[in-house]
Write a protein that binds this ligand. Structure first.
Ligand code: PLP
Length: 365
């Protein structure tokens, strides 16, 4: 990455030698990304991150063709999908208590005006994995002309995206979720998928996303993707064991602690291996985050993109979690660098923090 910020500073659209070297680096990165994502190199459209890929998928699908298509998405999507869907008066489909899409409701929300259906592969707050093949089958049956998009931003480290998203027409990813830099991502666009560009001008990315590419970021994203895929099987098993120990340690030492959605013990397919999402009765998330941070634990309550604002989570609301319980939600995310010592550190701080907040609440009450 650093060499493309320094000596190799060519613009990949240029004609001279340095530009050609930058273009060659882009070609190589595109091949690596295609391999990791199970598509052809020409299907990879580089973007400025996951939000841009999601926006391009929704707006670009609605604006293709007649430009009158409507979007459909699940109620637990990231705001990068939800907002475009709301802006285009789309249909939002509910989920059950385990966070799984209601396929009957999806079927009844589809018609000939449906341009795109967007259902994420893995949820960013709860780690719940959606049955994408069932979604695709339902869409092909009830709205055969619609495009299927999946936001796989949270999935790269934990799921075989190439296999699980193989039936989707559009797939979003973001480098900083798998060890690459922030502000770079990609949208896989399968051949023949109608898509109107959002950024137009220079015609880069085969006219699907104009603008000079972030060569250094893209080269780094490809390196991170290759390393992630190479390590994934081993890391998923290792991190799942740590996460399960973390959840068991919490639920056995803290009364009134509930794992959100399907329990990790329910099996490996229901949730990604890295997220422990719990709700603590009688505790306020904001106060808990404060005490945890003082104890050296960095965690979040809703999705980290919005936790600065501390609104109650639309994901938990959609899953039917009572507002009172959702007030005490906590997301602990593990990664490829997490260790048993990290789990011990959380177990050393969290039960005492919850106990302290409940005592203070009793004294106040
Ligand atoms: N989609 C999901 C599921 C996410 O978790 C995020 C970020 O957290 C995004 C999209 C947005 O990606 P980015 O931060 O690269 O814009």
């Amino acid at each position: 990455m650093t060499s493309y910020l320094d000596d190799e500073f060519g613009n990949p659209s240029g004609a001279h030698r340095m530009a050609r070297r930058a273009n060659q680096a882009l070609d190589e990165a595109r091949e690596v990304m295609a391999e990791a994502l199970g598509c052809a190199p020409g299907d990879v459209v580089f973007t400025g991150g996951g939000t841009e890929a999601d926006n391009l998928a929704i707006f670009g699908s609605c604006d293709a063709g007649t430009g009158r298509g409507r979007p459909v998405c699940s109620a637990v999507e990231h705001h990068a999908v939800l907002e475009p869907v709301e802006q285009r008066d789309g249909v939002v489909v509910g989920v059950d208590g385990d966070g799984q899409l209601d396929l009957d409701q999806l079927a009844s929300g589809l018609d000939e005006t449906t341009a795109v259906v967007s259902v994420m592969l893995a949820n960013n707050e709860t780690g719940v994995v959606q049955p994408l093949d069932d979604v695709v089958e339902c869409v092909r049956r009830h709205a055969p002309r619609a495009t299927v998009h999946t936001d796989a931003v949270q999935a790269m480290c934990w799921l075989d995206v190439a296999a699980l998203a193989a039936s989707a027409d559009l797939v979003s990813i973001s480098a900083h979720k798998f060890g690459g830099p922030k502000g770079v991502g990609a949208l896989v666009v399968r051949p023949g998928t109608p898509l109107a560009a959002r950024a137009v001008g220079g015609g880069q990315e085969r006219g699907r996303r104009g603008g000079t590419q972030n060569v250094a970021g893209i080269v780094a994203m490809a390196a991170a993707a290759a390393a992630t895929v190479a390590e994934r099987t081993d890391q998923v098993a290792r991190v799942r064991r740590l996460r399960d120990r973390l959840i068991e340690g919490i639920t056995t030492t803290v009364d009134g602690a509930y794992e959100t959605g399907p329990s990790a013990a329910q099996g490996s397919g229901a949730k990604t291996a890295n997220i422990a999402h719990l709700c603590f009765d009688g505790v306020d998330s904001e106060a808990l985050l404060f005490l945890l941070e003082r104890g050296g634990v960095m965690a979040s309550a809703a999705s980290s993109c919005s936790s600065g604002a501390m609104q109650s989570s639309h994901v938990l609301t959609a899953m039917g979690v009572e507002a009172r319980r959702a007030q005490g939600s906590l997301r602990l995310s593990l990664g490829y660098t997490s260790t048993d010592d990290d789990v011990d550190a959380v177990l050393g701080v969290l039960p005492a923090a919850v106990g302290r907040l409940r005592t203070e609440e009793r004294v106040r009450g």
